[in-house]
Design a protein around this ligand. Structure first.
Ligand SMILES: [Zn+2]
Length: 479
């Protein structure tokens, strides 16, 4: 048994309220008691509050990235090649996989060439996944394996789209290694205080969602899992009337649409034909315009809530239309801090002001949640809060990017905890967003922090994380 003293932090009708100190009694891996402490006792600084939610990530891709050579910190092509060379031996007899290269963060501002990759991988096949997951480059050995030698097709320098037919012939990573990487990922998330996630992968089939349910049941993933379904999978649901779908433990929040702007309308119409809400990937203004026009044409879904994913660069008028359509937004504050350099180079001063807006979205009353987009960033909820409040990297003393779009620490905390509105799940019966009464009880999803997260201290620690009252992190009893 162990006990912890903490000040409960409740979210009540859009405001955080700190309560008198309480004592948590934990034994057999679960919260047994929460009782108020007598006033006047020496107060520790720790707080207990609703667990964090990561509203847009990719479980399998994040696990796969863990099994790959991490190239995301490489700042030049020689550095990237050196990382590959030093890890090539770990992939003896298998494909070398790299993840996380990004031409915008490489000094040369270009992808490595096939000849450059060959120079460090020799005859081993190698595939390097872009940080966004959208494109892949292969070396010569990989091209030889994947293409028919008689067809005379040669390797091409142009990166391949990740959904290219050719790449489907690449050997999949063994399921048992994916699962052990997933268990590590889940543990990392628990250590960051995350109690629930939404898998926003655009290719999710019902089988993929069944697998997520299995991961949760077998304890591979210890967070609650919500998911979006690929747009072309909604027709496979029988009797889709009657609201939000669940698949075992997994709640399905809607259908994901990620397409070039000219393909968005058709996909939104298809999904809406079944009454489902859509979650449309929109980092670019033309994607957002297409998404809004299609949603306006189709009218509201029969259940749940439409979402815009990322909301990279809305133009004047877009936010008003998002509000009018009762659409929610998931955003990625860490993009602004991690890609500040790239945005400063590529975007005009005005565009930089409009990038990944927060303040002006909240000002419209649009439901807004923050997400890491793992594996694209590995931002923790506390890191995401700091990014939303400061909009500049922690180190380096750079100017904020879009200073007008900064939010208060209270608002930033709501971005990583308050998910009912964005998910479109039933709003709290007692009328608040996450009411006082429901926040803190024996079966709640909770996180215990060493300090009030709104102070944004760099050394604030996650002391324990509970899902349904069960400790998944921090308790001495967690194995
Ligand atoms: Zn994503």
């Amino acid at each position: 048994m162990w006990r912890a003293e903490a000040g409960p932090l409740h979210y009540l009708r859009g405001h955080w309220v700190r309560e008198a100190r309480s004592e948590l009694i934990v034994s057999n891996g679960r919260i047994q008691q929460i009782r108020p402490l007598r006033p006047g006792r020496d107060a520790a600084r720790s707080v207990v509050l609703p667990g964090f939610h990561d509203s847009h990530l990719h479980l399998r891709a994040a696990a796969a990235a863990k099994l790959s050579v991490d190239l995301s910190a490489s700042s030049s092509i020689p550095a990237l090649l050196a990382s590959l060379r030093s890890r090539a031996g770990d992939f003896e007899g298998r494909w070398i996989r790299g993840w996380g290269w990004d031409e915008s963060t490489l000094k040369e501002r270009r992808a490595p060439t096939i000849a450059e990759i060959d120079s460090v991988t020799a005859s081993q096949p190698c595939a390097l996944h872009h940080r966004t997951g959208k494109v892949v480059i292969l070396n010569s050995a990989a091209w030889r394996i994947l293409t028919d030698p008689d067809s005379g097709s040669n390797s091409i320098e142009e990166p391949l789209r990740a959904d290219a037919a050719l790449l489907q012939k690449m050997p999949r990573q063994p399921e048992n290694s994916v699962e052990s990487a997933l268990a590590d990922l889940s543990c990392e998330l628990a250590a960051a205080g995350v109690t629930s996630v939404t898998d926003a992968t655009a290719t999710n089939t019902w089988d993929d969602i069944a697998r997520m349910d299995e991961w949760v049941r077998r304890g591979v993933v210890r967070q609650r899992v919500n998911a979006l379904l690929a747009f072309d999978q909604v027709s496979a649901v029988s009797g889709s009337e009657g609201g939000m779908q669940t698949h075992g433990t997994v709640r399905v929040l809607g259908a994901k649409v990620a397409a070039p702007a000219d393909g968005i309308a058709e996909r939104v119409r298809h999904v809406r034909g079944y009454g489902w809400p859509v979650a449309v990937h929109a980092t670019e203004p033309d994607e957002l315009e297409a998404a809004l026009a299609a949603i306006e044409e189709c009218g509201p879904p029969t259940w749940g809530r439409d979402r815009i994913e990322h909301l990279g660069l809305p133009l004047p008028g877009h936010l008003e239309r998002i509000r009018a359509g009762r659409i929610a937004v998931t955003t990625n504050p860490a993009f602004v801090t991690e890609r500040a350099q790239k945005y400063r180079e590529l975007l005009s001063a005005v565009e930089q002001e409009w990038l990944y807006p927060l303040r002006s979205v909240l000002a419209q009353g649009i439901p807004l949640a923050a997400a890491s987009d793992r594996p694209v960033t590995s931002a923790t909820p506390l890191g995401t809060m700091a990014a939303a409040v400061h909009r500049r990297p922690r180190a380096g003393g750079a100017e904020p990017l879009g200073a007008e779009e900064r939010v208060t620490p209270d608002e930033a905390l709501a971005l990583v905890t308050d998910r009912a509105e964005v998910d479109g799940s039933a709003l709290d019966r007692q009328g608040g967003r996450g009411s006082l009464a429901s926040n803190l009880h024996l079966n709640a999803d909770l996180v215990l922090l060493s300090d009030d997260p709104r102070r944004l201290l760099e050394d604030t620690k996650v002391l324990a994380t509970f899902v349904g009252g069960h400790a998944i992190w921090g308790s001495p009893e967690v194995g």
